[in-house]
Design a protein around this ligand. Structure first.
Ligand code: FAD
Length: 303
């Protein structure tokens, strides 16, 4: 790992934090994962661009993480750099005429709170989704009838050739839990959402109503990545199919189909990647055999 010294000097020159031999358990909401060579907490466009360029030049494997709430990390050592776009890259740049521009590492819930405080409606659906704005756009995250594609107007991203480009939402190919960023190597830097003026009280009420629903229905006291499977079809829910197959509460090691919400696989303590993936495979096979539906994993696997 001869590249580490150079990378550390680079981090120092930008004043950005890093942690060597960092466990990915600390950076995924599933609390599963082995160590990586180094985690770099980029603190702006410059440190991000430089870190990516450094990895490319030195042929070092790298992966990008936001809040790790839709990621499954393997238990084995990740021999490379995990670039974390989080708190250190999370400013709100401006709020003007209903448009809010923020950096990709801002937590979505913080953006919702800011919008509410400013009296802007449109983001209530996202309150309680535990991801960053960049991760939410990448996934086109959504809930309770809303999704990122309803509010995003454009974003700036770091392209694979090292250039920074702007793209409007129409060109992002946003659909259910899908965007053009997936598998593209493009890294989201800044996102602009457009909201409408509303009543602070009504926005507040809606947000409270939705967070209460989450607390009532979801196993939030256990580590998870939220919904484990995508909806196989409009109005067909993975949770219902899983229950229909008698798999509620089914477990492999410490990985379990939640008793509270069958759409969530939870980590009851020390679940391993193997436990989780064996469980996922069993669920997929049984659902396919019994119902004909093919369930697709919603979280991405960190490779
Ligand atoms: C309890 C719980 C409830 C949840 N509820 C919902 C829900 O209601 N609706 C929903 O849609 N999701 C939900 N999720 C899943 C998850 O929170 C969202 O998908 C979220 O948008 C992921 O954001 P993240 O920052 O955590 O991304 P990560 O998990 O860190 O990353 C996910 C993917 O995005 C990529 N990525 C992250 N940031 C960037 C960036 N800046 N540029 C390019 N690529 C990037 C990563 O490389 C990775 O491939 C839930 C998860 C949990 C744990």
């Amino acid at each position: 790992m001869s590249y580490l010294n150079g990378l550390i000097s680079l981090c120092d020159s930008f004043g950005c934090r890093y942690k060597k031999d960092e466990s990915l358990k600390e950076h995924t909401t599933f609390k599963i994962g082995g160590k990586c060579s180094i985690a770099v907490f980029v603190n702006g466009e410059e440190s991000l661009s430089a870190t990516v360029a450094y990895c490319r030049e030195n042929k070092v494997k790298f992966a990008v993480l936001g809040n790790g709430s839709n990621i499954i990390a393997e238990d084995k050592f990740f021999d490379g750099v995990v670039i974390i776009i989080g708190n250190d890259f999370s400013k709100i740049n401006y709020i003007k005429d209903g448009v809010i521009e923020c950096e990709a590492g801002l937590m979505l819930t913080r953006l919702c709170v800011t919008a509410r405080n400013e009296g802007y409606t449109g983001l209530e659906f996202a309150y309680g989704i535990p991801g960053t704005v960049g991760g939410a756009l990448y996934m086109n995250a959504g809930a309770y009838g809303g999704q990122m594609s309803d509010v995003v107007v454009s974003c700036d991203y770091l392209d694979t050739d090292g250039e920074i480009r702007t793209i409007s939402s129409e060109c992002m190919d946003l659909s259910y839990r899908h965007s053009a960023f997936m598998g593209s190597g493009r890294i989201i830097l800044r996102v602009r959402v457009k909201l409408n003026k509303g009543s602070v009280n009504e926005i507040e009420q809606k947000m409270e109503e939705l967070i209460t629903k989450r607390r009532d229905k979801q196993p939030l006291n256990f580590p998870s990545a939220g919904s484990t499977f995508k909806r196989p079809k409009d109005n067909v829910f993975a949770a219902a199919l899983i229950e229909q197959c008698g798999l509620k509460g089914f477990s492999v090691g410490d990985a379990q189909v939640s008793e509270k919400h069958s759409g969530f696989v939870i980590n009851k303590g020390n679940a391993t990647y193997e436990d989780l993936m064996s469980l996922v495979e069993h669920v997929r096979e049984k659902v396919k055999t019994d119902t004909g539906y093919e369930l697709e994993l919603e979280p991405e696997i960190l490779k």
